[in-house]
Design a protein around this ligand. Structure first.
Ligand SMILES: [Zn+2]
Length: 397
């Protein structure tokens, strides 16, 4: 699954890695700049899969030591989640190659989620990114099945390894098929969206269609799951399906909300929503003066640095704090300010949607606004959220 999502971050500091439920995730490391994390809900599914596999392996091989069955269960479970990670990396590396940076991949109770910084610009990109995940799963499925076939079934350890690989092969192919169901947010739903988008030229209409089939499939899972739980004695499996359905349903509905927001913000310009580019501090003022005047007296965290009457850069509390206390009186603010050409800026006539995308893409909470090469304002995430709230309240009345 892939999902673009806005999240807040402190100025320039590394933002916390946030999982699919909006909770902070455990950082595992990074692959080519893509952060990989674990949501805590993953622990539950990992233990559950390991436990049921170990029991299954033990039941299958009569002569099997319990320790071997457990080792095989842990190995199979770890390789299963590695497969999911590779599926998500398939989406993410394709997305990166197409110029849409992916910020993170999180493993969680329902699998994995790659977080795109924004939606693709073209149907073709949507199709390629969506198809890359299932393609990886199919490939893994084939490789595991070939490995399983190559191992002798009668040898003790190799036979057990063959069983593990056989399971992984089947499960990866099943994963590919499930993900190809044409309902958003599943990969198949994104492929459907790419096709409808390509045919109609409307991203919005395509999203509504893919979200509708996604919701239909989600209701099917919820209904089917409840039936299994109530009438077929499959309480756990039934509830599990229903929970997956519920998760898919909320994601499908969220995508419709997002395109509505995109349409609303797409029609509003940055200029009127931005705050004036204030306060200003002359470039030759000391860091100490800036701390006293801007931060302590006026309670501001961001200010603009001027040379003559032109605003040439911006600095935040973060840069001021980086200067050792004893050097603050002798250091001019121009030495610590970030010059205009190093800042991620937004043109005053760009849309607020574009501004939101830029904030997410560059992980910043504020954007200096430029007009004809000059700094004219500052758009903060707070102001942007304020506009979103007003637009939504107006839309409801
Ligand atoms: Zn996928």
């Amino acid at each position: 699954m892939t999902e673009p999502r806005a999240e807040s971050a402190p100025d320039r500091a590394r933002p916390p890695l946030v999982g699919p439920f909006g909770r902070r995730a455990l950082r595992l490391g990074s692959v080519r700049g893509i952060e990989v994390g674990l949501d805590w809900s993953w622990v539950f599914i990992f233990l559950l899969i390991t436990f049921s596999l170990a029991r299954g392996f033990a039941a299958e091989g009569e002569a099997l030591q319990p320790a071997s069955a457990w080792a095989a269960g842990v190995l199979a479970s770890l390789l299963f989640f590695t497969s999911i990670l590779l599926h998500e990396l398939g989406h993410s590396l394709t997305s990166n190659a197409l110029g849409l940076p992916v910020r993170s991949i999180t493993l969680f109770i329902f699998g994995g989620l790659a977080r795109l910084s924004r939606e693709p610009d073209r149907p073709r990109d949507e199709l390629l990114i969506a198809a890359a995940g299932p393609a990886v799963s199919v490939l893994l499925g084939i490789v595991f099945l070939l490995l399983a076939a190559a191992l002798p079934g009668d040898a003790a350890v190799l036979g057990l390894l063959g069983t593990v690989f056989g399971w992984l092969g089947t499960v990866n192919l099943a994963l590919a098929i499930f993900n190809l169901v044409p309902g958003f947010p599943l990969d198949g739903g994104r492929i459907l969206r790419g096709i409808v988008w390509s045919a109609t030229g409307s991203f919005e209409r395509a999203t509504v269609v893919a979200a509708a089939t996604g919701s239909f499939f989600a209701y099917l899972l919820i209904g089917g799951g409840i039936l299994l739980a109530l009438f077929f004695g499959l309480l756990f499996n039934g509830l599990w399906l229903a929970f997956i359905g519920w998760f898919l349903l909320s994601a499908a509905q969220g995508s419709t909300t997002q395109v509505v927001l995109q349409r609303q913000l797409g029609g509003l310009a940055v200029g009127p929503a931005a705050a004036p580019a204030e306060p200003v501090v002359p470039g030759d003022a000391s860091v100490q003066d800036a701390v006293e005047d801007v931060v302590l007296r006026h309670g501001r965290r961001t200010f603009f640095v001027t040379e003559g009457s032109t605003r040439v850069g911006m600095a935040t509390l973060h840069e001021l704090r980086a200067v050792p206390r004893e050097e603050r009186a002798s250091t001019p603010v121009r030495a610590v300010a970030r010059p205009l050409d190093e800042l991620v800026c937004v043109p005053h006539d760009a849309s607020l949607w574009r501004a939101l995308e830029l904030m997410n893409e560059h992980r910043v909470n504020q954007l200096p606004v430029v007009r004809e090469g000059a700094l004219v304002g500052l758009l903060t995430r707070e102001r942007l959220l304020g506009v979103i709230q007003s637009v939504q309240e107006l839309g409801r009345s």
